[in-house]
Design a binder for this molecule. Structure first.
Ligand SMILES: Cc1ncc(COP(=O)(O)O)c(C=O)c1O
Length: 400
């Protein structure tokens, strides 16, 4: 006897369930560029939750480069890169990125998500072990899930615990053939930095490969915004895969990995997300190149980002807000209860500041917060406006 199935009823049921729990996404609409003061749902507000750390998404040099590339190369690339979509702009972008990163080579993927989910499963398979920080980004988690390797998890940013996992792996009857340690560089919910120097040291002792996802460290940490490897002054022999994205501080879109020539040759021949997905439109490649130019020639943006970050964090702490363990421009305003975090976000929006709440299940129960992200394009007056807005709303809601 056949079972009678309703093939689609789960769509509505599961969505309704999310709505009931109030964890469905309510999308706000940006009517114009991502700039310090922008239009969100038709209202003029100060942007305080964009990943556009340096304000490059609306930088005239990036816009000019994109327009020029449309005129010279068209709107699309026409294919995947291994077939007919490998334009000179893509190749030049990789050359420029490798120089910027001080690596033998770089490879650009369509997104950071595609880099993690396409490359990680190729780096470790059956008989290997991947060891991951417990708070790693979802794209790493999916990449690890797609691999057939065994998995280990260490406590967040805890090198001692990583050492314990590594030691116990060496004692198992089936000693792993390869070991891959993966961590976010900067953790996107808390803004803290992975102890990459300690991780690299342990990896060296165990002959393990190190993979860092520096999505939130690029343009922020290190010499001229070169990222976490530069921040810790580590070498390519110590950190084997430096992954990143053009979608955050670089202001455009696109994932990338940098490392040895061997890594790049391996990655582009093996990552299915790279091989089987159309390459970036010329405007994207050209704008990404312009972003590298700006980082190299206009160091004031990174400097300004940190000045704003220090000003904001200090003022918020002085007011009595708990800003968590952040060491970077990502500054969580810890609230605790999900309902209260949502109310705070709504109230600051009414008062003119756009900063979204991060609530369970994105973070643990009781750890709800507003995640603010500081930006280089804000003036001192803008930063002070953000602080006074939080002060007003925080007092009204009894948070401070
Ligand atoms: C740590 C981390 N890795 C990877 C990604 C994915 O990057 P992309 O936006 O380029 O897909 C993100 C973006 O949310 C991220 O925060």
């Amino acid at each position: 006897m056949r079972v009678m199935r309703d093939p689609t009823s789960f769509l509505k049921e599961e969505y309704d369930d999310l709505v009931k729990q109030e964890i469905d996404w309510k999308l706000r609409v940006l009517g114009g560029p991502s700039s310090p003061w922008c239009q969100v749902d038709g209202k003029k507000v100060l942007m305080l939750c964009s990943n556009n750390y340096l304000g490059l998404s609306n930088h005239p040099k990036l816009k000019e480069a994109a327009i020029k590339a449309v005129n010279t190369h068209g709107a699309g690339s026409g294919s995947v890169r291994p077939i007919a979509g490998n334009m000179d702009l893509h190749v030049e972008l990789e050359r420029r990125l490798a120089l910027f990163k001080g690596a033998e080579g770089s490879l650009v993927y369509q997104t950071g998500f595609a880099a993690n989910s396409g490359l990680i499963p190729q780096l470790a398979g059956k008989g290997d072990l991947i060891i991951s920080d417990e708070l790693n980004h979802g794209s790493i988690i999916d990449g690890v899930r797609l691999s057939h390797a065994d998995r280990g998890v260490y406590k967040h940013a805890d090198a001692d615990d990583l050492g314990r996992v590594l030691d116990s792996a060496e004692k198992t009857p089936l000693i792993p053939r390869r070991i891959l340690i993966i961590t976010d560089g900067v953790f996107s919910m808390d803004g803290d930095i992975a102890p990459l120097d300690k991780i690299a040291k342990l990896a060296n002792e165990h002959g393990a490969m190190v993979y860092v996802d520096d999505a939130h460290g690029e343009g922020v940490l290190g010499d001229g915004g070169r990222g976490i490897v530069s921040h810790f002054k580590l070498s390519r022999e110590q950190v084997h895969v430096e992954m990143g994205t053009f979608s955050k501080a670089f202001g455009v879109v696109g994932g990338h990995v940098s490392g040895s020539r061997d890594l790049i040759n391996f990655a582009y021949n093996k990552s299915r997300t790279w091989l089987l997905s159309g390459s970036h439109p010329p405007a994207v490649a050209a704008a990404c190149m312009a972003a590298i130019d700006v980082l190299e020639r206009e160091p004031e943006h990174v400097k300004r980002l940190w000045e704003n970050t220090r000003r904001f964090k200090k003022a918020m702490k002085d007011l009595g807000f708990d800003v968590g363990r952040s060491e970077t421009p990502i500054t969580p305003v810890m609230v605790g209860e999900s309902g209260k975090a949502k109310k705070l976000s709504l109230r600051v929006f009414e008062l003119g500041v756009f900063a979204l709440p991060i609530v369970y299940p994105m973070v643990a129960q009781g750890k709800a917060r507003i995640r603010t992200i500081m930006n280089a394009a804000l003036t001192n007056e803008d930063v002070d406006f953000a602080v006074s807005t939080f002060e007003k709303a925080g007092k009204e809601l009894g948070i401070i």
